[in-house]
Design a protein around this ligand. Sequence first.
Ligand SMILES: NC(=O)c1ccc[n+]([C@@H]2O[C@H](COP(=O)([O-])OP(=O)(O)OC[C@H]3O[C@@H](n4cnc5c(N)ncnc54)[C@H](OP(=O)(O)O)[C@@H]3O)[C@@H](O)[C@H]2O)c1
Length: 262
Amino acid sequence: MPTALITGASGGIGAAFARELAKRQTDLVLVARSQDKLHKLAQQLQEDYQIEVEVIVQDLIVPDAATNVFKSVTQKNITIDLLINNAGFGDYGSFSQTSRTKQLEIIQLNILALVDLTHQVLPQMQQRGSGIIMNICSISGFQPLPYLSIYSASKAFVLHFSEALWAENQHTGVKILVVCPGPTQTDFFEVAGFNKMSNSGSQNQDIESPESVVQEALNALERDDCTVVTGSWKNHIIVNLARFLPRKLLVKVVEPQFRPKA
Ligand SMILES: NC(=O)c1ccc[n+]([C@@H]2O[C@H](COP(=O)([O-])OP(=O)(O)OC[C@H]3O[C@@H](n4cnc5c(N)ncnc54)[C@H](OP(=O)(O)O)[C@@H]3O)[C@@H](O)[C@H]2O)c1
């Protein structure tokens, strides 16, 4: 049975990946900080689908987090066939007024942990001539977002990094896919503090379910895609706006949509 390692598997899109992959008879390694949620999910999936599920409770923001995860997997003699770099968060607000620590943690989690895990897992996949790395990005990776500046910049990094890796690995047998969801029904908005947004009603329009993101991602994998934008047609328009509008105009138009309440 193949094994998938999923970061941020305690809820939202990560947990939806875990449920769908378990259904498809994939053994799992679930990584996040919430021990109780991870063990509950692991137990449920083991009972329902008779698969092996390992739990690694790890804060991916701490230095050497990826090494700890990789060591733990190696000690258990587990080979990772599918790595899903999904853990991530945003912090809404004017950059100068948001917490410096939180902004740096976004970079640590959304970028550094993802790069480090990928760097530890990819060489083994290349040696075997098989494997899949899926990086969960966002439509916000396609354009700068005022009041989510570090988050959108972190996702731009994930987008560029993943697409470059896809090209590097065309002939290695390793598949790379970058998944770009739009607004999705998870704890993301609560964690990011979106209730401070003046236009916050708009965030609920065309919101996708995490299960739908997962289905679209797995379909894209079968098509050997490099990048997939999930959700409604609006998401496809948003990711293409940056191609046609002058950059200054684009950020000027977006700014009032995201401006915090006075
Ligand atoms: N929801 C959206 O609208 C949306 C849209 C586009 C892209 N995305 C992306 O989708 C991915 C998943 O987010 P989600 O929407 O499913 O949000 P979520 O429900 O808040 O889930 C985030 C996951 O990341 C984990 N996580 C957070 N901080 C962590 C840390 N320091 N160390 C380890 N794990 C950590 C959380 O688990 P613990 O708290 O247990 O650690 C949780 O499992 C993120 O990369 C996000 O940027 C989301």
